[in-house]
Design a protein around this ligand. Structure first.
Ligand SMILES: NC(=O)c1ccc[n+]([C@@H]2O[C@H](COP(=O)([O-])OP(=O)(O)OC[C@H]3O[C@@H](n4cnc5c(N)ncnc54)[C@H](OP(=O)(O)O)[C@@H]3O)[C@@H](O)[C@H]2O)c1
Length: 330
């Protein structure tokens, strides 16, 4: 396997490299790409020094697999070139997720879609969508889900390196009695929450919220499920949390849900109110598994359950999911 990583200096790119080492992903050659400002910089990996190279048609040729983690405009321009060269592409951006013949994969949920597709490009879903579905899918195995109402609490690293820098920089400014400088986020993220991720759409939702709806339906292969979300940026460094209220087509037992979650790969159950046990984003940071808790019947409506799920969005929400897809391809 000759592999490439586009966006190697970013949050997802760095994690991809870490996971390649951790999961002993076998390769004979690796090429690392970033923007022009990073070309020539050196990266130490497995005791070898690699130079970051320029992203162009020539440097992309001859690779078997390329991970793209540099945003949608870069993916739109270069992923088709890599695919035309014969490389498999696993794309972390939203560029191809809703395209008809491009599989959108969460390996624990719809790995079969890869086998039945001949697309060279495979899309990695949105981070909040992946983490939410890691809880929603096992619950849908108990009984068909009618509707999901989601509220996300998304960490600043969801906006990449610059998002983390902005939280840390503005926190320091706060303690030095200086006004916040907001470049990545619309408002000050320090000691605040921002109920807007992405840009507003004509229907009043943001594109992040619509990704949750559109991508979930595609991954679950369910055109009838109803989903609505409010996505919120919170001053957490890493790991997203999502509160889900789920309406089933009929009555369900909480114990059945817990049993199904216990059987599902990639998710841990931490839910014991008597012992004060519930998951927080720090608990899932730098971990592969998502964690679910606070599972309870909604007393205000029949057939409804509320849950709380956390997951490392740089790992399972991006790099780990991409590596799992690569492992499927291998
Ligand atoms: N962060 C997350 O939690 C997360 C989760 C799921 C999906 N994603 C998606 O993954 C992608 C990467 O996100 P990120 O958070 O890792 O972003 P990031 O930390 O801002 O890193 C962006 C990377 O892209 C590179 N880049 C920018 N312009 C480029 C160009 N013209 N040519 C080549 N490389 C270029 C940057 O290189 P320089 O350092 O040289 O500028 C950097 O390596 C995005 O599509 C994002 O939506 C992110």
């Amino acid at each position: 396997m000759k592999i490439g990583i586009v966006g190697i200096t970013g949050s997802v790119g760095k994690e991809l490299l870490e996971l390649i080492k951790e999961r002993k992903f076998i390769f004979s050659e690796i090429r690392l790409f970033a923007s022009n400002k990073s070309v020539g910089k050196k990266i130490k990996f497995k005791s070898k020094i690699y130079k970051i190279i320029k992203l162009n048609k020539k440097n992309l040729s001859g690779l078997d697999l390329v991970f793209f983690a540099a945003g949608s405009s870069v993916s739109k321009e270069f992923a088709p070139i890599a695919a035309k060269n014969g490389s498999y592409v696993i794309d972390n951006s939203s560029a191809f997720r809703l395209k008809k013949n491009i599989p959108l994969i969460v390996p624990e949920i719809n790995s079969n879609e890869i086998k039945s597709s001949n697309s060279k490009i495979i899309a990695n879903p949105n981070c909040t969508t992946i983490i939410s579905l890691m809880g929603i899918k096992p619950m849908s195995n108990v009984k068909k889900i009618k509707r999901v109402v989601a509220t996300s609490f998304q960490s600043v690293s969801g906006a990449g390196n610059n998002g983390m820098d902005e939280l840390l920089r503005n926190t320091k400014r706060f303690f030095n009695n200086k006004k916040s400088q907001n470049k990545v986020f619309d408002k000050n993220i320090t000691f605040n929450v921002i109920p807007k991720i992405g840009s507003f759409q004509p229907n009043g939702y943001t594109d992040e919220e619509m990704k949750f709806n559109n991508e979930s339906r595609k991954i679950l292969n369910d055109k009838t499920i109803l989903l609505t979300a409010t996505t919120v940026r919170v001053p957490v460094l890493r790991s997203h949390s999502i509160s889900l209220n789920i309406e089933f087509n009929g009555n369900i037992e909480i114990n059945r849900i817990k049993k199904e979650i216990g059987k599902f790969p990639g998710i841990d159950l931490v839910d014991d109110p008597k012992k004060n046990k519930f998951p927080t984003p720090i608990d899932s940071s730098n971990k592969d598994n998502c964690i679910i808790g606070r599972i309870r019947k909604d007393y205000s409506k029949n057939n409804c359950v509320s849950v709380w799920i956390v997951g490392d969005q740089i790992r399972k929400g991006a790099a780990l999911n991409a590596i799992q897809i690569a492992e499927l391809l291998v």
